[in-house]
Design a protein around this ligand. Structure first.
Ligand SMILES: Cc1cc2nc3c(=O)[nH]c(=O)nc-3n(C[C@H](O)[C@H](O)[C@H](O)COP(=O)(O)OP(=O)(O)OC[C@H]3O[C@@H](n4cnc5c(N)ncnc54)[C@H](O)[C@@H]3O)c2cc1C
Length: 454
């Protein structure tokens, strides 16, 4: 039995690993277009800095990444406690986000009327069962102030997305489900809190948990998977097209070679899969084409801590759209994890672009650096010039789950039923985080194993 995975990002690699845990006597290959495995995950070490090109870490609120890391004997690194402190830029000043409901209601984070509006959520009737945008959901339930100040920047922070187009059902499914089940979010949290007390379990609606990574950065996970999978990974091997023969799939690569397989799994971005599948199945290809990816550029900057007047002993800050800034937000990497910068220095990474302002992600290097420095100097009150700068560009950064995303998934599942042994996985469908990618790989590996068993 030949099983072939296209794409050696974390989805493809963790799927390959999970398949080997579930099945023996198979011929497994992973074909990767780029000259190294890892996809969006990449870590660089230079000049005493350890810099992530994209992924900062993963939360411990889902077991799969931790389980995978344990089974690969990796040294898991917990983020510092000060990383629980997060700021929002509000009227050009950094404001601490209260970290629990009580602190939120007694603080001046929102105006008195803004807080009253949030509390009135208790009495607002349940909406229809349909999907809607994050913006329309939030305005309906918690009001404009809470939405503009907290939810809009959160949407940028996680998805680099536009809340007026993002699906509440697919991007924040737990919140969507709480409204459906309890009629109100406040009622839901109160009931869930009581239930949590009774059962001793922690329950949360959002991305809770503590951020984790590895001492040598996120690429350690990829390195370990590479060692584990060995020569099954073939790099510099981009797939161009696919053809179905009677019982097998014939793969046509960009280098002119071909390969036959019984089971074929795409673990590549939706638009890449769309291009490959264009002549194979137009309908599937067209659905995949409707999942957009905005560009995001990450600008890493290292500087002396004593040149910064603001408090950077925290996770970082996000910026609401109404602040009209050219950057989306900044993470204080060396405050989040130890040994990311030389002693006395701060490593921070600023995110530009997204759906909000794709043009800023596309600036040339010089203009990009000038823009980021001028924004950071104003916000963090930095003196002098930085001594370390690195730029990481992601042309197609994060897939956008737009309103109706769930319907697209149903259509894709329906279409795929016509092709035995053909699967789609990766961050374009059921979760963009590394945790989601790995969790989905584990589920798919079991599904494939049971399909072979039957
Ligand atoms: C700036 C940024 C910051 C992020 N931060 C976080 C974070 O802190 N925490 C978190 O959990 N997640 C984060 N994410 C999301 C996370 O990085 C991704 O969701 C995840 O890494 C996606 O993995 P994947 O394997 O599904 O896709 P990818 O990593 O995109 O891998 C797909 C692979 O397929 C290959 N490929 C494409 N076409 C072909 C082809 N035709 N033939 C062969 N191979 C092909 C590509 O070269 C690539 O290697 C971030 C993403 C970005 C962009």
């Amino acid at each position: 039995m030949r099983i072939t995975i296209i794409g050696a990002g974390i989805s493809g690699l963790s799927l390959a690993y999970a398949i080997l845990q579930n099945l023996s006597n198979i011929e497994l290959k992973i074909f990767e277009k780029a000259s190294h495995a890892g996809g969006k995950i990449w870590t660089e070490k230079s000049e005493g800095y350890l810099t992530e090109a994209s992924v900062n870490g993963f939360l411990n609120n889902k077991p799969e990444t931790l389980d995978l890391a344990h089974s690969l004997s990796l040294n898991i690194l917990r983020s510092n406690d000060n990383a629980r402190k997060r700021f929002i830029l509000s009227n050009n000043k950094l404001q601490l986000i209260p970290n629990n409901p009580k602190a939120f209601f007694v603080s001046n984070f929102l105006s008195f009327f803004g807080r009253l509006r949030v509390l009135s959520e208790y009495f607002i009737p349940k909406g229809k069962d349909d999907d809607e945008s994050l913006e329309s959901f939030a305005l309906r339930r918690v009001g404009r102030e809470f939405y503009e100040k907290l939810l809009d920047p959160m949407a940028s922070g996680i998805y680099a997305g536009d809340p007026s187009k993002m699906s509440i059902k697919s991007c924040f499914s737990k919140v969507f489900d709480i409204e459906k089940k309890y009629g109100s979010l406040i009622k839901g949290f109160v009931s869930m809190g009581k239930e949590a007390k009774r059962s001793g379990k922690k329950i949360s609606a959002g991305p809770s948990g503590v951020l984790h990574s590895f001492s040598d950065g996120m690429y350690s996970l990829i390195d370990s998977l590479k060692i584990n999978l060995g020569e099954r990974i073939v790099i510099d091997k981009g797939l161009k097209a696919v053809q179905k023969n009677s019982d097998t799939y014939e793969l046509f690569f960009q280098d002119g070679t071909t390969y036959q397989t019984d089971i074929l799994i795409f673990a590549i971005p939706a638009d890449d899969a769309s291009a490959v599948l264009m002549s194979f199945d137009k309908k599937i290809s067209e659905i995949l084409q409707t999942i957009p990816y905005p560009p995001v550029t990450v600008v890493a900057i290292g500087t002396d801590k004593n040149k910064i007047k603001s408090n950077t002993d925290a996770f970082g800050f996000l910026i609401p759209a109404k602040e009209n800034r050219k950057i989306l937000g900044t993470l204080f990497d060396s405050s989040i994890f130890p040994h990311r910068a030389p002693d006395g220095k701060l490593l921070m990474r600023t995110f530009m672009g997204g759906v909000r302002s794709p043009e800023f992600a596309m600036l040339d290097d010089q203009l990009l650096i000038k823009t980021v420095l001028s924004e950071l100097k104003g916000i963090l009150r930095i003196d002098g010039e930085p001594d370390f700068i690195r730029i990481f560009r992601w042309q197609k950064a994060i897939p956008q789950y737009l309103v109706g995303h769930n319907e697209k998934l149903k259509m894709l599942d329906n279409e795929l039923m016509r092709y035995k042994g053909l699967y789609l996985t990766g961050n374009a469908y059921r979760g963009v985080s590394v945790n989601d990618c790995i969790a989905n790989s584990f589920i798919l590996a079991k599904k494939i194993a049971s399909s072979i068993g039957t």
